[in-house]
Design a binder for this molecule. Structure first.
Ligand SMILES: [Mg+2]
Length: 363
């Protein structure tokens, strides 16, 4: 079944409230959609979003990679050479992981539509998924208000962004801890905002206060792998790599060297579902658990990530709330309180009808 065409579109989607981390403040996303068409008319969709400060990919670079080397690598080939096509997407250019992820998702969507099964069925799993809700970094008071609102909306795990001004981080978590039920788990994400010794000091203080912290993401700069290991070896709290993990090669190094306890896999960083699968399997082989996460990105690519997470046995944590931040139409996922419900239609799915978004006055 020959791939006859590849088209690319993009649109700007505003966020309901600004998304603030130690790295950036976003008020909208650029959503890139890629559509491949097979000779029998079946289409496969993929999506991506640029994140300059994380992947280095821009809107222009994603469009250029998709319309250039990626299109040239797959047009005219048979989609039934599925694994070879996925490999060609990865090898046709260096970098450009967001564009590669969009193409990889579109191929997975087309192939599972061709064999008429939902993507998670093709991948071989149907785990129940629930997501944390992210609380952007802000004043302790605003973050506490947002945390209470998320708990009232049914979220049982909160992902708290810290690291923007480390001197406030203990106060931020103390105030949130006091304002919400103690059974609510907290995931902290410093987005590279701490230095290694400072991270150990902050985490030890948090441990002494008995906050219900499930793990802490990326305490130190992405390049500082020695710092990451320094922190991991000195605290009881589990430490997760995010910005330090892009590729399969990164995963091999991180898990073999015991740099961290956990990995955060995102399709935009690794280049799609096939690479994500390899990373999760490498981690599994060394006893390292994984989370599926996402950038601020379109619902469709988060949906693809959710199908992957439902199928891979080593994805134990789910961070899939990005679509709830978008002030636009829902696509392939349904949210009910903290539950994430996959489409049962072939491929990644089609547009769903019910939607529970975050409240615009939550922060
Ligand atoms: Mg992170």
């Amino acid at each position: 079944m020959i791939i006859k065409n590849l088209e690319v579109k993009h649109e700007t989607i505003p966020l309901k409230v600004p998304f603030k981390t130690a790295l950036r403040t976003a008020t909208e996303i650029e959503s890139v959609e890629v559509i491949i068409t097979l000779e029998n008319g079946i289409t496969g969709r993929g999506a991506a979003a640029p994140t300059y400060v994380i992947t280095g990919d821009s809107l222009e670079s994603i469009l250029a990679a998709l319309k250039g080397p990626i299109k040239a690598a797959i047009i005219g080939r048979d989609v039934k050479e599925f694994q070879l096509l996925l490999q060609s997407v990865q090898s046709c250019c260096v970098g450009n992981t967001s564009a590669k992820a969009a193409a990889d998702i579109a191929l997975h969507d087309a192939y599972s539509r061709l064999i008429e099964v939902p993507l998670h069925t093709y991948l071989g799993g149907k785990k129940t998924l629930s997501t944390c809700m992210t609380i952007g970094v802000d004043t302790p008071e605003k973050m506490t208000k947002a945390a209470k609102s998320a708990v009232a909306d049914g979220f049982q795990v909160l992902k708290i962004k810290v690291g923007a001004n480390p001197e406030l981080d203990i106060e931020r978590i103390q105030k949130i801890h006091e304002a919400i039920p103690s059974y609510i788990k907290l995931r902290l994400d410093a987005n590279q905002g701490w230095r290694a010794k400072q991270a150990v000091q902050i985490i030890h203080e948090m441990e002494s206060r008995n906050f219900n912290i499930e793990f802490i993401e990326q305490p130190v700069p992405s390049y500082d792998l020695d710092g990451l290991k320094f922190v991991t070896n000195r605290v009881s709290t589990l430490i997760m790599a995010d910005e330090s993990l892009f590729s399969v090669k990164d995963a091999l190094k991180l898990v073999a060297g015991r740099y961290v306890d956990l990995l955060n896999i995102k399709l935009m960083k690794c280049g799609g579902i096939n690479e994500a699968w390899k990373i999760a399997s490498i981690a599994e082989a060394n006893g390292v658990g994984c989370m599926i996460g996402s950038m601020m990105e379109p619902c469709f690519s988060v949906g693809a990530a959710a199908h992957f997470a439902a199928a891979h046995p080593n994805i134990h944590y789910f961070d899939l709330d990005a679509p709830l931040w978008l002030d636009g139409d829902l696509d392939v996922l349904t949210y009910h309180r903290d539950q994430v419900i996959l489409s049962a239609l072939p491929g990644v799915g089609d547009v769903q009808t019910t939607f529970q978004g975050i409240k615009k006055d939550a922060t």
